[in-house]
Design a binder for this molecule. Structure first.
Ligand code: SF4
Ligand code: SF4
Length: 307
């Protein structure tokens, strides 16, 4: 039987990392991005004065982290620690903070499992991975469930492990090989995000980051895709890469001002020659659209890559 106290517990805000300087609304007041606002079931996000999170209202479902294109709202890197440990456990179970006793590893809430996270799990593990969703239906964060189920249904990775979400607690087969969420944290962060220019200000709680506005960083979800693609044979890697890729072209109206290079939060646009159109680096692009919104010449065309 689950601990009654745990039954009251919902997602923890500790797994939600906030970095206002990455938010499109903060970087450019002409941006109309509102993915986080639209998906948040608790009305805990406001964008009128830049990105603000009402921590009293936030229930920690982490859905916003699964849609934010820039890493302004992002899952903390404990996920990678879980995956590293899972590879040592036959048929691991991933739970949330309410089902952590019936899981080998857990996230605050499974609502944070984006398409990119699921892809990464499928490709990193073999055999079967169970998602323990036995307490999700009656959880205050239950609105994340349809999103998770749709993502699982649309998961097009193929190969690797199979992921099964199990709703009945007695159907969850869990071996007592618990995962220490923190033990691999440091090494994984270092290896995956060694190029990230994240400045952690003294005095800011560890659920907040404050990057330099001029720094460029590939958001963690995009980094998971890149990491997965790099580990696959070329043809399969290209197939997966196309699912997350965007095409970007400049028209003859481009005045080569390089403004898009400056505004792009991920470093997907770079200057090779100040008198030439910028160079596009597709594996860094998340399709956030900020360059399109910002371009005074209306010279940028962005679209998902054809599959
Ligand atoms: S989804 Fe991300 S970039 Fe868009 S408004 Fe929300 S925090 Fe800003
Ligand atoms: S190139 Fe444009 S769409 Fe891609 S990440 Fe940069 S600003 Fe966003």
């Amino acid at each position: 039987m689950p601990d009654p106290a745990a039954q009251q517990q919902t997602g923890s805000r500790d797994d939600l990392c906030l970095d206002r300087s990455r938010c499109l609304r903060v970087r450019f007041n002409g941006s109309d991005c509102s993915h986080c606002l639209e998906i948040c079931p608790a009305a805990a996000i406001s964008l009128e004065q830049g990105l603000e999170l009402d921590r009293e209202r936030c229930t920690g479902c982490l859905l916003c982290t699964s849609v934010c294109p820039t890493g302004a709202l992002e899952l903390s890197a404990d996920f990678l620690a879980c995956v590293a440990q899972f590879s040592k456990v036959p048929e691991p179970v991933l739970g949330c903070c309410r089902t952590k006793e019936q899981a080998n590893g857990w996230l605050a809430c499974l609502g944070g499992l984006s398409d990119e996270h699921l892809l990464y799990l499928v490709r990193q593990l073999t055999g079967r991975l169970t998602l323990n969703i036995s307490l999700c239906a009656d959880c205050p964060n239950s609105s994340m469930l349809p999103f998770l189920q749709t993502r699982l249904k649309n998961l097009a990775a193929g190969g690797g492990c199979s992921i099964t979400a199990i709703e009945k607690a007695d159907a969850v087969s869990h071996r007592e090989e618990n995962v220490d969420r923190r033990s691999f944290f440091k090494s994984f962060r270092t290896s995956l995000f060694q190029t990230a220019a994240v400045i952690m200000n003294a005095g800011i709680q560890n659920t907040e980051r404050r990057s330099d506005y001029t720094s460029k960083r590939v958001p963690e979800r995009r980094a998971l895709v890149n990491r997965t693609v790099q580990q696959l044979p070329t043809e399969k890697g290209q197939q997966i890469a196309r699912l997350f890729a965007h095409q970007l072209t400049f028209s003859e109206h481009c005045s080569t001002c390089q403004g898009c290079v400056a505004i792009c939060p991920t470093g997907a646009l770079t200057t090779k020659d100040r008198h030439q159109q910028p160079v596009f680096v597709p594996e860094r692009c998340t399709g956030c659209g900020l360059c399109v919104e910002f371009c005074l010449d209306q010279a940028i065309k962005l679209s998902p890559a054809p599959n």
